[in-house]
Design a protein around this ligand. Sequence first.
Ligand code: NAD
Length: 461
Amino acid sequence: MNADQEMRWSVEELRLTFKSGKTRSVGWRKTQLRAILRLIHENEDTLFQLLKSELGKHPVESYRNEIGVVKKSADRALNCIEKWMSPKKGRLPLVFFPASRKVLPEPLGVVLIIGSWNFPISLTLDPLIGAISAGNTVVLKPSELSPNCASFLANILPSYLDPKAVKVIEGGREVSNQLLQYKWDKIFFTGSTKVGKIVMAAAANNLTPVTLELGGKCPAIFDFLSNSDLKVAAKRVASGKWGPCAGQACIGIDYILVEQKFASTLIEQLKKTIKKFYGDDAKNLKNLLKIINKGHFDRLRSFLEDPAVANCIVYGGSFDDTRLIIEPTILLDPPLDAEIMTEEIFGPLLPIITMDKIEESIEFINSKPKPLALYAFTKSENFKKRILAETSSGSVTFNDTMIQFLCDDLPFGGVGQSGIGRYHGKYSFDTFSHEKAVLERSFYFELEPRHPPWSNFKLQF
Ligand code: NAD
């Protein structure tokens, strides 16, 4: 069988499995979820090594952002699945009497999950948990930019999960495009806005619903803070910007907005924090991940090669070509029409944009596509209210960065250019389910005025 035939057969087999009805049972779903937990537990060390060798992640990071995330999601789904699956009953207006109603979640069918490379385990297994919990069969297409993690998933998943219901197909954009030609009941995509548009266009051919977990430029507003609060805030910014994947994170801070008079205080505090976290020897930085490949490395370097931007560097700016490491870099007021301010940075460069009054940040953000995450460091309740009421973004986090991703009680997803749909916790189950409306009437009583022949008297009913 060639690769094309194999792909077709895989999709057909998944459809047959779905039609057989076995993935609908709570028993099947729980068995798969337990198997994911077992997979993580039995392969934890291998995963630590893999994430270290492929992406340079320290085990602490790997646990927090990948392994722990998957464990938490699978545990939660196992504990809640019966509740999530149960029909939601409710009252009906008297006019329907005698009748009952319920909303019944049902699986969508055969779903395609396309993953990104920066969190190659959690961004594939986390949606998979949602799809399985909801009773679907799944093709998982991990990113080709983390090929060892992709192969690990392709090799290991069949020995833990039902191989007739979950398949991993490895490959790059050609394979992705081939997969997009099939009819799916749902496509769940994590990646760039540019590719998100390709996915949505392909899905439109079959009116397939999509969840698009995309990227964009996430701003952080910095209101004036007391000295001690500023120290904590700078730590949270540094962790959020340079910690996970050296800024190669969809919800990492892209740029900071601050009042001009506070900019130097903020920059000084950030410099101190960077030196503490990553060291100040540009040739020997610690705890800092490499840029995923030469293409992305060169893209980031080209941002800084613009002379108008290079002049704005106030910290860092050095590159290590051999290890693909870029020093944490801060820029003050780069031109707003430079690429660094028009494109998603997705790397360790942090522009700081100053303004006269911090309230102007609202207008600044509203002049750009809606971000996936908006951060604001402020103690002003009034300003918080204004941010919530006057801006739109996938999420808003006050006085911290990134942690919203770990909170399963909050939906995770974008709005506008930063995405469509959401997941995590119960939201993942909902994302992969159809909520079927069920209304049942009895024959006990009939309201005759609802039927013809019509008369003016019947207008009263
Ligand atoms: P990408 O869009 O280049 O690739 C994502 C997936 O799409 C990969 O599996 C890839 O094989 C596939 N793909 C690439 N080109 C394709 C094409 N032309 N046709 C069909 N499929 C194609 O993104 P990436 O480099 O993996 O990740 C970076 C982007 O993803 C950033 O924009 C980032 O913000 C975003 N991202 C978003 C989230 C989120 O949860 N919202 C998480 C991680 C990354």
